[in-house]
Write a new protein. Structure first.
Length: 464
């Protein structure tokens, strides 16, 4: 946690977002434009255009004034690759990377901690701030997914708050809605598209007819995917955000490692074409569904009907669908990532905290998890499946396939067989609703048949 003191600035918090971006938050008493400019000047002349004085990097600046304080959030976004002919810039390492003591700031001076470093390693400094009664604003989805419940308890015990709107849904204000206007709602269903990278890839494959590798390259070229996109493609990013949302919507702490998680690695263009044939589209979903037997929480790609609202959420956008007893159905839609949406979400949390600091009144914070609720294991979930097979084109193969399905108690709803080519045939099967365990067992048995030419493709169908 790094601090800097400039003149009579009461508290300034500076943290790195990643190697190509950073954020600055400051609490300034009776702030003047000159003082704000002093803060900007500190960033370094190498980031300023000599003629205009404008930063060379793209800067989104917010200033929120209250009677006693001014809150400043500057988010500066760099780029590792040249864009529009402009070479990348790299932030110089300045005094904001020094220790608290070296910067002349003591823990007692801190009014607010804005943590944008990321990662579970931030648990100790964030916990320490909360225990001192210092409110925390964070965008750290990993931290909140893994330790959200204990951090909420630490905040409650110290009579302070921790807010993380930017951690799940980016610029979509879903956590504030769940914490305030929807706090008393009894939700039955949450299903969400929470990762812009995978949604962009699937949308590109469907719209442009590109294969997975081409769509991933396009996402990386446009800045929608990291150089190493494993966290996104594996579904782990979605699982982290889902854990945060479930804690708010269902008042239940779901350990991240307990969420069954599958990504989109291996998704083929032909799967999307078959989805379209049967009236579906493919999305990577985070699902939380309340059953009489318990709460079903999972992450995986799924066919969803084109009539669903979420089917229209395309490219890098996110969508969060909720169904409650009192409010019925609702959809939160918007940009779930990116520097500006994230900065806006952080700013919203800072603004709420600033109001608390200046008024002395604490608004509602994150609710503590309620009594543990039973979980419904993936084995006991009932779902439909899409199965695509590449088999030898000879008599009796289809009978072997249907026998394997029947022996696992899986019933066929629809079946389509394309005309054979060069001794191979493609069979597409949609099943009736069945236990997930039985469907997986059937696919495993089919894969072992000697007539199989390729590993079967199997995707769940979500139609609730």
């Amino acid at each position: 946690m790094s601090m800097l003191k400039i003149g009579d600035v009461t508290v300034i918090k500076v943290v790195e977002l990643d190697r190509s971006s950073f954020a600055i938050g400051a609490m300034l008493p009776e702030s003047t434009p000159e003082r704000i400019e002093a803060q900007r000047d500190w960033l370094g002349p190498e980031l300023l255009d000599a003629a205009t004085g404008v930063h060379k990097a793209s800067i989104h600046s917010y200033v929120v004034r209250t009677p006693q304080h001014t809150v400043v959030i500057d988010t500066c976004v760099g780029n590792d690759k040249p864009r529009n002919g402009v070479q990348p810039w790299h932030m110089r390492r300045g005094p904001y990377l020094e220790d608290l003591a070296a910067a002349g700031i003591t823990p007692e001076d801190v009014d607010l901690v804005v943590e944008l470093v990321g990662g579970a390693s931030m648990l100790q400094p964030v916990t320490a701030a909360l225990r001192r009664g210092v409110p925390v604003v964070t965008a750290n989805k990993t931290l909140l997914a893994m330790h959200g419940a204990e951090l909420a308890r630490a905040a409650a015990e110290a009579k302070t708050t921790i807010r993380g709107e930017a951690s799940a849904g980016g610029g979509i204000p879903v956590l504030q809605a769940l914490d305030h206007g929807l706090r008393t709602e009894n939700f039955q269903l949450l299903v969400a598209i929470l990762n812009g990278t995978t949604n962009f890839i699937l949308s590109t494959m469907e719209r442009d007819g590109r294969d997975f590798a081409e769509a991933l390259t396009a996402a990386q070229t446009l800045g929608f995917a990291e150089a190493d996109p494993t966290l996104d493609l594996s579904g782990q990013d979605t699982a982290q955000k889902l854990a945060i949302l479930v804690r708010r919507a269902f008042r239940m702490d779901v350990p991240l490692e307990s969420i069954p998680t599958e990504g989109i690695i291996g998704m083929e263009l032909e799967d999307l074409r078959q989805a379209d044939r049967f009236g579906y589209t493919v999305k990577l979903l985070g699902i939380a569904l309340r059953h009489p037997e318990g709460l079903d929480v999972r992450v995986h790609p799924a066919f969803i009907p084109k009539r669903y609202l979420l089917a229209a959420v395309r490219d890098e956008f996110n969508g969060i669908y909720l169904r409650g007893e009192a409010t019925g159905s609702m959809l939160f839609y918007g940009k779930g990532a990116g520097a500006y949406p994230t900065a806006q979400a952080v700013l919203g949390d800072v603004l709420v905290t600033a109001r608390e600091l200046t008024s002395g009144a604490k608004l509602l914070g994150s609710p503590l998890p309620g009594d543990p609720e039973r979980r419904l294991s993936l084995d006991r979930v009932r779902t439909k499946y899409y199965v695509r097979l590449t088999v030898e084109d000879r008599p009796g193969v289809l009978a072997q396939v249907t026998a394997a399905l029947g022996s696992s108690n899986v019933s066929v709803a629809q079946i389509f067989q394309a005309e054979g080519v060069r001794g191979e045939a493609s069979i597409t099967i949609l099943t009736h609703q069945t236990l997930d365990r039985d469907a997986r067992q059937a696919v495993k048995a089919i894969a072992a048949l000697p007539s199989m030419r390729r590993t079967p493709r199997a995707v769940r169908i979500f139609d609730v």
